[in-house]
Design a protein around this ligand. Structure first.
Ligand SMILES: [Zn+2]
Length: 339
């Protein structure tokens, strides 16, 4: 079996995907029509042609503008179900999905409609397609700390529908310690905590150190610059930290001279626990899990053993009971043994 077929058939977990980043141009037009909105694009092709970015801020401007069509509970349902159906078609059997509620609350959407629509789709997709999923509330770090706390407080009545909180958006000037109280409060309510440490940010290594040691978060999203610091690599390995790496996005960004060209390869070679995810596939050439992994084989010189390791890490890093994770790893092992 060649590696492409091996990847397509492999049971997988995706632990770093932003639901709003799965909002395909076709669905944007459909939701805009349903909600009586005009979009400043003639058609899908013109909209997709506008997805041009060169760094995190220029990407985020396009991303936030696009999600304005999400207004009502059924919109969040349709968005979530479409992603889960796509993921299930690629043998993703488990996923942990981010959402950015502050961006919806500030447009007057109720938290109950955001989480309600997503949760209803999660249940329906598990029933119909067998894909299991959980939800992570992300703080938009370039909005105020007060705004993030308001979002957390608004979400706590629905905490049974959440597994954790995360931190995303523009890292410049918004270090992780800005959200110290938010992480502590989330933990007090039984939620897990993770944070984006995007590649090549200002104070990248300091922010990695903060999330690894001071805040002691449960996982790190991206985090590729860690390979610049043997000391931080050692701490991450000691703590058994998992990294949700998204090579499609970080592969498009400028490289500083200190960082190896291929972050996935460098992290694997450093012995770190790497998982691979699609991040914001609708804005990244509609490349979902299989596409990202297939591309990574060449980009990062991945072997069959690397792919198995990455898939196993995906399940072992999941925020699930140990028995559930073991059952998913057993499915992977059975596939590998038969393939
Ligand atoms: Zn992300």
């Amino acid at each position: 079996m060649d590696l492409t077929d091996f990847i397509r058939g492999m049971p997988k977990s995706e632990n770093h995907v932003h639901l709003e980043g799965t909002l395909e141009a076709e669905m944007k037009f459909a939701l805009a029509k349903r909600n009586g909105m005009d979009l400043p694009f003639a058609d899908v092709a013109a909209m997709k042609a506008s997805y041009v970015y060169h760094d995190l801020p220029s990407f985020l401007a396009i991303y936030y503008d696009g999600m304005k069509v999400l207004q009502k509970e059924p919109d969040f349902y349709d968005l979530t179900y479409a992603y889960l159906a796509k993921a299930a078609s690629q043998n993703v059997i488990y996923t942990e999905m981010f959402f950015d509620p502050q961006e919806h609350l500030k447009r007057g959407v109720a938290m109950a409609d955001v989480i309600g629509g997503i949760t209803r789709a999660r249940h329906d997709a598990e029933q119909a397609l067998g894909i299991r999923s959980q939800l992570i509330l992300c703080f938009v770090r370039d909005l105020s700390a007060e705004s993030a706390m308001e979002a957390l407080d608004a979400a706590l009545p629905f905490k049974a529908d959440l597994v954790g909180v995360g931190l995303d958006s523009d890292e410049a000037g918004n270090p992780p310690e800005k959200f110290r109280e938010h992480f502590a409060k989330a933990r007090a309510h039984g939620l897990k905590v993770t944070a984006h440490c995007d590649v090549d940010q200002i104070d990248t290594l300091q922010n990695l150190r903060t999330v690894l040691t001071d805040l002691s978060l449960d996982r790190i999203d991206h985090g590729g610059n860690i390979v610049q610091s043997p000391e931080l690599v050692a701490i991450a390995k000691e703590r058994g930290i998992y990294f949700t790496v998204c090579p499609t996005f970080s592969g498009t960004l400028r490289r500083t001279e200190e960082v190896p060209v291929d972050i996935v390869r460098a992290m694997l070679d450093a012995g770190l626990n790497v998982t691979i995810s699609s991040d914001d596939p609708a804005y990244m050439g509609s490349e979902y899990m299989d596409d990202v992994l297939i591309r990574a084989v060449e980009r990062s010189a991945l072997t069959r053993e690397d792919l198995i390791t990455i898939a196993r890490n995906g399940f072992e890093s999941a925020w699930l009971p140990e028995a559930d994770k073991a059952a998913m790893v057993a499915r992977l092992d059975a596939y590998v043994n038969a393939a």
